[in-house]
Every structure is written in C-alpha cells, then in structure tokens.
Design a protein around this ligand. Structure first.
Ligand code: PLP
Length: 406
C-alpha cells in the first residue's frame, strides 16, 4: 500500500456520480448552475435564443465585423476567385505548427500584426486561452516571481497555476500593493513578471498602463499586457490601450485575441524576435497542439486589416457606452468602468438572474455574471456593446430597466 493510501484507510470512498450530483444540486440552490444556451443564427446585432430573436448585448463582436455583409461578400469572392490554389483556404492543418501544420498565410498574418504594432515579431496561437496558459509557464522558472492583478482572466490564472514560478495576486488595480509585493521580493528572485489585462473583462475598467510601465522600469520586471478586450476598440488603428496610452513600445509582450473585436478565432502576441524564438522552442500550448486551419488565418488577416480603418465605429461604440453608463448612474445604479463593457452591479445572484429574465422577456440578451466568475455579492448584468447598436436601442433598454423595481 502506498503512503497516501494508508493515510486514507478510514475514509469511505464516495462514488463520483454521487459526489457530482450533490455538487450540481448545490450550484442550483445557489443560483449558480450553468447550462449552454441554445443560441441559433445571428442577424447583425440580433441573436436567436431558444427560438426568439433578441438584441445581443452579450457578444464580444465589438465592431460588428462578424456580421458585416460587405466584408463577408468580399471574403466569399476571394474564396471563389483564389479557390484552393495553394491550400490557403484549407480547413485542416493536420499537425502542429512545428511539424507540417504551418501554412505561409500564418506567417503573413504574423508579419502584418508585427508590422502594424511596430514590434520585431508576432506569434499566433490557437486561442487566447492557449496564449495565456502557455506564455508564462514557458518564460518563467521556479526561481522567478509573477505578480498578477487579482481580476485577471481565468486563462491567466490557469497559466500561473501551470508555471513553476511563485506567484502573488495584487489587489485589483492597486499599484501601491503591487509595489509593496515588489519591495518584499527584492533580491529573492531571478526574474520578475507583472501581468495585467488592459481592459478588464468583468468590470470594464482600465489598467493604469503608464504607472505599470514606470513600476516595471523601477523594479526591472517584465510587463505582459492582455489586450483581449482592448484590441480593435482602443487606440489608433485599434491597436489597443497600450497604443492609446503611448506605452506600446515599452511593453514586453502584448497579447490580443481574434475571437472578440476581430470576429475570428485564435490569438497573437507581439514581442522581440528573441522572445518569439524562445517561445517556439518552449511553449507547450504552441508546440503540442494542432495548428488552426489556414482558412482561419486567412480570415483573421482580412478582419485584422479591415479593423485598422474602423475609427468611426470605435468612436461610436465608446460614445454609446459612455452615455449608457451615465444614464444608468443617473438612475441610481452602481456602474463601474469606462469602456464598451458596461457592468450593472446588482449584488445578490438572484437580482442579476431576475433582471436578466425581465430583459429577455422584453427582447434583450444580457447575461448575468455571478461568482465564482466575479467576487461574492457582486453579481451583475454585463452589457458588452457593439458598434452596430444605436441610441434608440439604448433608450429602449433603459426604459425597461427604469421600469422594474430591483
Ligand atoms: C482577458 C481575456 N484573455 C483571454 C481570453 C481567452 O481568449 P480566447 O477566447 O481566444 O480563448 C479571454 C476570453 O474571454 C479574456 O477575456
């Protein structure tokens, strides 16, 4: 018998089915039970859910590129003209990028991204989740310390768990706390890493990137910024909040995803050529997975190029979000943030679920976000806006919200 077996000698085994049935009951009782909604076809800003067409206030297609008819018409034309001549539109890659899965269109995509950002290199990944669970474990060692904003996305947290480095989480956007942790770390580690989102996905607020850059320089740390929700929305040419704040060239790795404003699938990071070379040699979520098919990279290249010129849509989107936020605040609600993600804080899970139900009846899809995705007693409705919404859509939404007693 092994040591751990002996230690558990008196513990009665519980069948897995029994355990998980209890866990599911608990989730139901807490109003935290999740199921996959039956979403059907999308028609611009509308989406079919359980047989009804609703105004979609829960998508990450921030620029509306996913339902841009002109863009999809030129995509179709490109497909029919270029056809299958060089495998550019193949729907399989059949291998890791390090074996036979790397089509030239992926290199073309990386060059376009690196060029637009003004970085030496870019590296494309299968998803933001692959990027975040792969980059930190590849770059850090057990001699290092990673400092992570407490509200960073689950994929970053999972990356910390996989990495051999020690990690600490600083209070959300509390850079005094970050500095305290850095002071305490002095002389104890070989490398220091700071990781943050630029636009926080659940609160819609923004990291103070200028302060983070100053801290990075003061302590000799490497700074990694996840622009999943900033790319396409902030900055000139949609190059994100780092660009808007004028600190792009001082960030060591800027990560972006294609799955949100870019209306595709996958992710990228821009960096020095040396980092790229190292990641290609060490990053398990790049090496040990089948590459995305070339057709996805070809579409990502098209949407990336298209979004570079969408300044009008960006400014409309941010203006719409700002007026919705102000109206909700005027109506007495707590609404944090200053981006296109507008969270309406409600507290108890039951309130968020109830208001989501009322809105759904009235034709709006706004999903409730509950713990553990957000801290206890901070359940919310999260409106993630898109550039094809208009002022009338927002007024209709506000009329319903104002009419219910919450
Ligand atoms: C901040 C952040 N990073 C990464 C991801 C993961 O990106 P992907 O959906 O491409 O896996 C998300 C997805 O919601 C996110 O919000």
């Amino acid at each position: 018998m092994t040591g751990s077996g002996a230690g558990n000698a008196n513990r009665k085994l519980m069948p897995v089915e029994e355990q998980i049935t209890l866990d599911l009951e608990k989730l139901r009782a807490q109003q935290r039970y999740r199921s996959i909604p039956q979403t059907g076809h999308r028609n611009g800003k509308q989406i079919m859910v359980d047989g009804r067409l609703l105004l979609n206030l829960s998508s990450n297609d921030y620029l509306g590129l996913g339902s841009d008819r002109e863009l999809s018409a030129s995509w179709m034309e490109q497909l029919s003209v270029d056809g299958a001549h060089d495998g550019r539109y193949a729907m399989n890659s059949s291998s890791s990028r390090l074996l036979t899965g790397n089509h030239p269109v992926c290199n073309e995509l990386e060059s376009a991204i690196a060029g637009a950002y003004g970085f030496e290199a870019a590296l494309v990944f299968n998803s933001g989740y692959h990027a975040n669970t792969g980059i930190l474990p590849a770059l850090s060692t057990r001699h290092d310390l990673i400092l992570c904003d407490r509200l960073n996305h689950a994929s970053i947290i999972d990356g910390l768990r996989i990495a051999e480095a020690e990690y600490r989480r600083f209070r959300h956007a509390d850079y005094d706390h970050l500095e305290e942790l850095l002071e305490a770390a002095a002389g104890r580690y070989r490398q220091l890493f700071i990781v943050t989102e630029s636009v926080f996905s659940m609160d819609g607020d923004l990291a103070d990137l200028k302060r983070l850059v100053a801290i990075k320089h003061r302590y000799g740390a490497m700074l990694i910024v996840d622009e999943a929700h900033g790319a396409g929305v902030f900055g000139e040419q949609g190059l994100g909040l780092c660009q808007q704040e004028g600190v792009l060239s001082q960030i060591d790795l800027v990560i972006g995803t294609f799955g949100k404003a870019l209306a595709s699938t996958g992710a990228w990071a821009v960096m020095k050529g040396l980092f790229r070379e190292y990641l290609v040699n060490t990053m398990r979520t790049l090496i040990f997975t089948t590459a995305l098919p070339p057709i996805v990279h070809a579409w990502s290249l098209m949407t990336f190029r298209k979004q570079l010129g969408m300044e009008r849509e960006r400014s409309h989107l941010l203006g719409l979000a700002s007026s919705l936020r102000n109206s909700l605040r005027d109506a007495g609600f707590e609404v944090p943030g200053m981006s296109h993600i507008v969270p309406l804080l409600l507290g108890p899970d039951s309130k968020a679920v109830a208001l989501a139900g009322v809105l759904r009846e009235a034709g709006f899809l706004a999903l409730p976000v509950r713990p553990p995705t957000v801290p206890e007693n901070s359940a919310r409705l999260r409106f993630s806006l898109r550039a094809d919404l208009n002022g009338e859509d927002m007024e209709n939404l506000l009329t319903i919200i104002r009419s219910v007693s919450i």
